[in-house]
Design a protein. Structure first.
Length: 134
């Protein structure tokens, strides 16, 4: 990925805060990249972590359970751990987002009920004003 973006190991090392030899070790697969490195590398290149963790650039939301299981099972132990951690993180982020949406939905539903009650109240008041009196 570094070469695709025409970056030297020195520039990657400088931007990510690790040594050039560590960049080299990560590229060879001898060293597992720290999460901070992945974040900074993604910022530097403009690519997503999905592109790195899922070699075929499939976003986690598009990965079937079978495909994900195959990716994890075929990976070497270090990469397998990275994949598991990425999936766990993605799951937690999705769960948090769903909780936020559910909370917002509850608030909006409450506001909608309040507005409905106010409209019914106004409709009753208008009815009283405009209905012919016997």
């Amino acid at each position: 990925m570094r070469k695709l973006h025409k970056l030297s190991q020195d520039s990657v090392a400088s931007h990510t805060g690790i040594g050039r030899s560590s960049v080299n070790s990560i590229e060879r697969g001898d060293q597992r990249p720290p999460v901070d490195f992945l974040i900074k590398f993604c910022e530097l290149t403009g690519i997503t972590s999905d592109s790195i963790l899922f070699e075929d650039s499939i976003a986690p939301a598009q990965v079937s359970n079978d495909h994900l299981e195959a990716l994890i099972n075929e990976a070497n132990p270090d990469r397998r751990q990275l994949l598991v951690e990425a999936v766990q993180k993605e799951f937690q982020e999705m769960k948090r987002a769903i909780d936020e949406v559910n909370s917002e939905n509850t608030k909006l539903q409450s506001e909608l009920e309040t507005l409905r009650d106010e409209m019914l109240n106004i409709a009753n008041q208008l009815r009283q004003v405009f209905e012919p009196k016997n």
